[in-house]
Each structure stands twice: as structure tokens, then as C-alpha cells.
Design a binder for this molecule. Structure first.
Ligand SMILES: [Zn+2]
Length: 76
């Protein structure tokens, strides 16, 4: 059995400063970093909020808050 190398992504949320850590396959991460594949294709197996963390640096909680605030402003 072949074990592919993984790397641990460790980032602080730019909004609330919460440390978010998760593992991705190094091979797949490189595909995204080198712009060979879109993040949702290369790292399809990690949750959307983790991908958002890589893209925008905002954690899932803060993302949801932003989303909720948007919805509140939308009432007319
Ligand atoms: Zn946050």
C-alpha cells in the first residue's frame, strides 16, 4: 500500500484569528498552488469552509456570519 505524503495546512483566520488546521495530499495541494487545477477539483475532498480558508483566509464560522449578515440586510 502506497501512502501519499500529506501536508498540514495551519492558518489563522484573518477575521477572528482562530487557528484552523487540516491535512491535504501534497500532490493535490501542488496542483492548486501551481494553478493546474481549480481548488474544488484538486482538493474536492476537504470541506468547502477549509477551501475558503485557503482562498480568502476566513474560517467557516466567520464566513457563515458574513453570510447571515448579508441575508439580514436583504429583507425588504
Ligand atoms: Zn474566523
Amino acid at each position: 500500500m502506497i501512502r501519499l505524503p500529506t501536508i498540514t495546512i495551519s492558518k489563522n483566520c484573518v477575521s477572528c484569528n482562530t487557528l484552523v488546521e487540516f491535512d491535504v495530499k501534497a500532490e493535490d495541494y501542488d496542483l492548486w498552488v501551481d494553478k493546474i487545477e481549480f481548488i474544488e477539483d484538486a482538493l474536492w475532498y476537504i470541506p468547502a469552509d477549509k477551501r475558503e480558508m485557503l482562498l480568502s483566509g476566513v474560517c467557516g464560522n466567520c464566513w457563515n456570519k458574513l453570510f447571515e449578515e448579508d441575508e439580514e440586510e436583504d429583507e425588504d
